[in-house]
Each structure stands twice: as C-alpha cells, then as structure tokens.
Design a binder for this molecule. Structure first.
Ligand code: ZN
Length: 364
C-alpha cells in the first residue's frame, strides 16, 4: 500500500504509518496543548515546554498502541500465523495477518494479549504518577508528572474499550473463542456478531439518550465491523472446505490468438461466457475478456486480433487448491476469473460467479 510509510521493523514485522496517522499525531499534540490539566498541558509556561510535553505525550501514546499490536503479533507468530505488517491508523493499529489462528484457545489468548498489554502499561504509568505526587506533594502540579497520568489513563481506556465483547474489538474475538469451544467456528462467529450488534444498538440508544453523538458513531463502527467479520468468516470457512476442482468449469471453451475481435464478439454471443483462455494448440497464451473488447473501437474490430488485446499475464491456481484461496486471489487482483492449471496444462476455469454461487448454495 502506498498510503503507508514504513518506519522500521520489529520481530521481523514491518511497521508502517498510515497517512491518516501522520495527520493525527500533530492533532493529538495540539489537543493536549489546549486541554486543561490533568488531561492536557494548557497553561503550562513557557509555551515551548507546553508544546514539547504535548508532543512527547502523543508520541508515547502511539508507541503504546504499537506495543498493543506487537503483543497480538508476538502470540500470533508463536502460533504459526504469518504477520505481513503492522500499520498504525487514525484510531489505532491493525496487524495484517494471513489468517487468524482458528483454534479457540489460541485466538482468545492472541486477542487478549493486546488489551492486557495496554492495561499493564496503563497501571504502571498511573502507579508511577501516584507514587511521584504522594512522595513529593509540593510538586503535585509538575506538568512532567502529567505525562505519566495521561499515558496511564489513556492506556487503561484503550485496554478496557478493546475488551468490549463486540467485533471488531479484541473482546469480540475472545467471545467467539469461548463460543467456539461448544459449537462450530461459523456458528460461534454468528453468536459473537449478534452480541456485538446488540451491544452496538444499546450504545447508540444510550448516546442519543444522553445527547452524546460519539456513542452512535462508535456504535455504527462496531455494527459495520461485526457484519464484515461474519461475512469474511463465512466465506473463508465455507470455501476453505471446497477444492477448486470440485466447482471449476471443466469443459473449457478457448479461442485462438489469430481470431479477430469481431469474430470474438460473435463467439461470446453464442457461448455466453464473459472471458476465454487464449490457446495456441495446447499452450495457454493469455486470457481475453469482454472488458478487453470494449476498449477496441467498433470500426477497428474486424482488423484487430485477439493477440493484440489479450492479457498475457495469466493468473492461475492448481486444481487441488482451496476455493477460499482462489477467492482471495480474485478479490486481491480484482479480476473476474482464474485459470486452473496443473503441470502447465489448462484443466479448467473458475470465475467469481462460480464462487459466489457456491457460497450462496452452501449458506442457504
Ligand atoms: Zn487489539
């Protein structure tokens, strides 16, 4: 992703800053500089001191968000999950993992590690603050001490908020793991998602009732996140149990590179598929789709060959791959179909439509 900037790596995991983060860091520093004590440094003199403390507090705050994510990643790695990167966003961090550990106990521990880290950091900082002001009451208004108080309270809030039993919060994953001990992973996700949605609705109503619009906003974020989690889990689990060869189209209709685009239009009209492999004898040369044809002006169609417009970089999967992997490929490359190739021989085609139809049939 080019909207993120890599700043280094920890435990072999690249750490990235998202563009929103670069904007939000100065914003946080500014808010700290105008907030009155004990949650800001307003009134601290001289102003350089005020801004320096505000900047230090925001940087340390985001460093603790990073530690929260690293705690998730550390356990995930121990359970054999590959972590692609950690990206720090506007509202916290996101660890990009290849997949979640699906053993209930492992997912629970991995999910719990983040909030636990935040709560530990929070408790230590608050304790240091209390120790400092109690051992030296005359300095109780020392603004440097406030850094500990701000970091402590923010980390405690972060930890507790993430333990809410709702996706996409960590607490949602803990809850799913508990359910998954007694039922299938998909059912457990469904239960956890329902609890999360119920929670979101309560939160929204509460917010409207007390006149605070932050609550409905967070509730919406939870509601959408919960729905997305349910969908992606269903897709993953359902398609994970199916092999590509069981749902692919086997009687592949192909075209030749020397065919004209005009003939191809007629061909599509008869065969009704939207994309075709381009074959020269037994060799797969490329793929041509309806979208490629649309790029060719009407008058040029009789003189343009398929070889001029086909995509030569063919994306393929082996026939014994999981259907879920084919789906991930199709979604990430934003394509309509993948070629199924075994030992360099084309054995079938699997389209997005095939996958969606299979999902619908299995989920009914
Ligand atoms: Zn977390």
């Amino acid at each position: 992703m080019n909207s993120s900037l890599k700043i280094g790596s920890v435990m072999g995991i690249p750490i990235k800053l998202h563009i929103t983060f670069v904007l939000v860091l100065p914003m946080f520093a500014y808010i700290f500089s105008i907030n009155p004590q004990p949650f800001g440094f307003a009134g601290v003199e001289p102003p350089t001191m005020r801004y320096a403390l505000s900047a230090v507090a925001s940087i340390l705050l985001f460093a603790s968000v990073l530690l929260h994510e690293l705690a998730h990643s550390y356990l995930a790695k121990r359970y054999g999950v590959k972590i692609d990167s950690i990206t720090l966003f506007l509202f916290g961090g996101v660890s990009a993992m290849e997949e979640m550990p699906k053993k209930p106990g492992q997912e629970a521990k991995m999910a719990f590690a983040g909030p636990l880290t935040s709560i530990i950091i929070g408790s230590i900082c608050v304790s240091i603050h209390i120790y400092l002001i109690s051992s030296n009451p005359s300095l109780s208004l020392n603004p440097v001490y406030l850094v500990f108080w701000i970091l402590g309270s923010m980390n405690l809030i972060l930890g507790i908020f993430n333990l809410l039993p709702a996706f996409p919060m960590d607490g949602g994953r803990v809850l799913r793991s508990l359910y998954a001990r007694k039922m299938s992973y998909v059912k457990a996700t469904h239960r956890a998602v329902s609890v999360g949605k119920f929670f979101a609705i309560l939160m929204a109503i509460f917010g409207i009732f007390v006149g605070n619009l932050w609550f409905p906003l967070i509730a919406l974020f939870i509601y959408v996140g919960a729905s997305e989690e349910e969908q992606s889990t269903q897709t993953d689990v359902t398609l994970g149990s199916i092999r590509v060869k069981d749902i692919m189209t086997k009687n592949v209709v192909s075209v030749t590179p020397s065919m004209t685009v005009e003939d191809l239009v007629q061909f599509i009209f008869e065969k009704k598929h939207m994309g075709y492999p381009v074959m020269e004898r037994d060799n797969l040369k490329g793929i041509v789709t309806f979208t490629d044809i649309e790029q060719v002006p009407y008058l040029e169609r009789p003189i343009t060959l398929i070889s001029d417009i086909m995509t030569t970089n063919v994306i393929s999967v082996p026939s014994n791959a999981q259907a879920s992997d084919a789906m991930k490929l199709i979604v990430s490359k934003n394509i309509g179909r993948v070629m199924v190739v075994d030992n360099e021989l084309l054995v079938g085609i699997l389209s997005r439509t095939d996958l969606v139809r299979t999902l619908k049939l299995r989920l009914e």
